[in-house]
Design a protein around this ligand. Structure first.
Ligand code: AGP
Length: 610
């Protein structure tokens, strides 16, 4: 949720920290701050409510400089967004930034108050600062003080600590919230996401759960939860340095919508042979595992859950039982686990707290035969903790509203369905060849759909003064209606609900009037006639329909109905293709409404707290 950057160098690190924060701002953006120590041991700290540019402006007026520093961009959990609740939090010489939630913070706060500590904020984080300060009194090193501190914490943390009296290093700890160490030449860095550090390095070491580390200009020492010195693999990032830039686009979201043809081509790259999906792209032993799989359990949140809903249809069409569940529900109930079930998490970030907790539960306590992560971030917790991982390769997605991550998840899931279907002989060789050929066409089809931008912009004007809307679909298009509604509410703040169109007359029809736009995803498929009846039910009650369809569906614009006609596509690809105009519609509506498209209120990109 929040973003962390830290650096130790021979030069002034403030510019590295600010650039890193800008790149992480999509993760949380209600306040930002930094603390920097110079060679004389003077610590400068600056915090501002609002976006990183407020902090940058403040730095312009009141520069702070130094070779060791930490910085943070916040998404409030404990304590309202305010300057006093912004990170870093300090306790005398100690300064701390933290991502995650300290669940026992109230108890610790009381203990620390009894010891005479005075709290300056309402945050859970401040207990870390005071605890480190307290433990430092009886520890020989700052690292030891942090080690003594973390064993007292319950909850999740990725935290970085500096001490004014020891300006040459920083210490860090990770449990439940990711941290990655960046390797430079004669300088080192830490961040909650490698994206923050791409301008200064491409070499990274991810910390594991329970790790603590000490970082100086010359060395990095990582210790596991038992205190043993460990060295995890140092990877070279293949993320594009420009990944964090908007280019000529007005918003990241628009850029990411238009990147979908290329992102999908990357997802497919090297994973399709002439007429097959390369099963081994899911892992060297995937063929053996997939042959044994008898059922699938998909777990995800938000947009990723919607992708899972589409995939359920695909799996079950092939006769492979599939359940899909929201992670925050799954983890707190006794779910039935069918024999030989494959557990699949779907996540853009690979760090979503509920999805990650479900994965851990599946591994530790439930009888799944294997775990697979469909994910966009290499090195993320889910990727590292799953038996198998399949990267969606969408590239960095900065806009909080997920766009290219969703369509590449669908493409990845479709490849998974095909791979399992073939391994289990549920899919003929010729059907596989047809799907593979269609997948190859997909980037071009999406390019065609993107040409409809202008027509969709015109439609969007009708939505700008509305407060509510309905999205309808049937079959695999119902989850696409869900995704369309999620996008619209997320960035335009218009209340949007999705219904399986057949449900309309069981309640929501009562809402229909001329102020309730009804968006329908209506490709020509075997459910079209049923859907047309549902549309008539809306029209007969004075509702206004906005229909996305294709020429074969023969839907004509007229009184109470506007139609956007898309390229004809197969039933299988339709969910992926029909997502795109709904993304554009939400974007255009948000633009007219003047909302913060890339960083909508109250939200954050990566939800690493429950
Ligand atoms: C989508 O636009 C969202 N911002 C959100 O629903 C997101 O998909 C969800 O939080 C899950 O994130 P993940 O894919 O990173 O796990």
């Amino acid at each position: 949720m929040c973003g962390i950057v830290g650096a130790v160098a021979q030069r002034d690190v403030a510019p590295i920290l600010v650039e890193g924060l800008k790149r992480l701002e999509y993760r949380g953006y209600d306040s930002a701050g930094l603390a920097v120590i110079d060679r004389q041991g003077v610590m400068g700290c600056l915090r501002r409510i609002g976006k990183v540019r407020e902090l940058e402006d403040a730095l312009g007026e009141k520069p702070v400089q130094g070779g060791t520093g930490i910085a943070h961009t916040r998404w409030a959990t404990h304590g309202e967004p305010s300057e006093r609740n912004a990170h870093p939090h300090t306790s005398d010489d100690i300064s701390v930034v933290h991502n995650g939630i300290i669940e026992n913070h109230e108890e610790l706060r009381e203990q620390l108050q009894d010891l005479g500590y005075i709290f300056a904020s309402d945050t859970d984080t401040e207990v870390i600062a005071h605890l480190v300060h307290h433990e430092r009194k009886t520890s020989t090193t700052l690292l030891e003080a942090l080690q003594k501190t973390v064993v007292q914490l319950t909850g999740a943390y990725g935290t970085v600590v500096i001490d004014r009296r020891e300006p040459d290093h920083m210490v860090v700890a990770r449990s439940g919230s990711p941290l990655v160490i960046g390797y430079g030449i004669g300088e080192h860095y830490v961040a909650s996401d490698q994206l923050a550090l791409l301008p200064v390095t491409r070499r990274f070491q991810y910390l594991e759960e329970g790790d603590v580390a000490e970082i100086t200009c010359g060395k990095v020492e990582v210790y596991d939860r038992n205190g043993a010195l460990v060295q995890h693999e140092i990877i070279d990032s293949d993320l594009d340095h420009e990944a964090g830039d908007k280019g000529s686009y007005r918003h990241y979201m628009l850029k990411e919508i238009f990147e979908q043809p290329e992102a999908i081509a990357n997802t497919l790259e090297g994973r399709l042979t002439e007429a097959h999906v390369a099963v081994e792209s899911f892992g060297h032993n995937a063929r053996e595992i997939f042959s044994k799989v008898e059922a699938i359990q998909l777990i995800a949140c938000g947009t990723s859950y919607n992708a899972g809903m589409v995939a359920r249809n695909w799996f079950e069409d092939m006769g492979i039982p599939c359940r899909v569940e929201i992670a925050s529900e799954f983890r707190y109930r006794k779910a039935f686990v069918a024999e030989n079930s494959l557990f699949v998490t779907i996540s853009q970030s690979g760090e979503t707290a509920d999805t990650l907790a479900s994965l851990r539960l599946a591994k530790d306590e439930q009888g799944f035969i294997h775990t697979l992560s469909i994910c966009n971030v290499p090195g993320s917790s889910m990727v590292r903790e799953s038996d198998m991982a399949f990267m969606t390769r969408a590239g960095a997605e900065i806009g909080v509203a997920s766009t290219k991550a969703f369509t590449t998840q669908l493409v990845s899931l479709l490849m998974l369905v095909v791979a399992i279907g073939r391994c289990k002989n549920r899919l003929s060789e010729s059907d596989e060849a047809t799907i593979v050929a269609e997948l190859r066409e997909l980037p071009g089809v999406i390019r065609d759909v993107l040409q409809q931008k202008e027509a969709i912009t015109e439609l969007s004007e009708d939505f700008a003064d509305k407060h509510h809307s309905l999205f309808l679909g049937r079959g695999t298009m119902y989850p696409i209606a869900m995704e369309g509604a999620l996008k619209l509410k997320e960035i335009s703040y218009i209340h949007a609900e999705a219904y399986a169109a057949g449900e309309l007359k069981h309640g929501p029809l009562a809402l229909i009037d001329s102020d309730m736009p009804v968006v329908v995803v209506a490709p020509n498929n075997e459910l079209l006639e049923k859907l047309k009846s549902n549309m008539e039910e809306v029209r007969a009650r004075g509702g206004q329909l906005y229909v996305f369809s294709d020429p074969r569906a023969m839907l004509v614009a007229g009184e109470g109905i506007k139609v956007i006609t898309l390229t004809e596509v197969s039933d299988l690809l339709a969910p992926i293709v029909y997502t795109v105009p709904l993304q554009l519609l939400s974007y255009d509506v948000a633009l007219i409404k003047g909302t913060d498209v890339d960083q909508p209120r109250n939200l954050a990109k990566s939800v690493t707290v429950e």
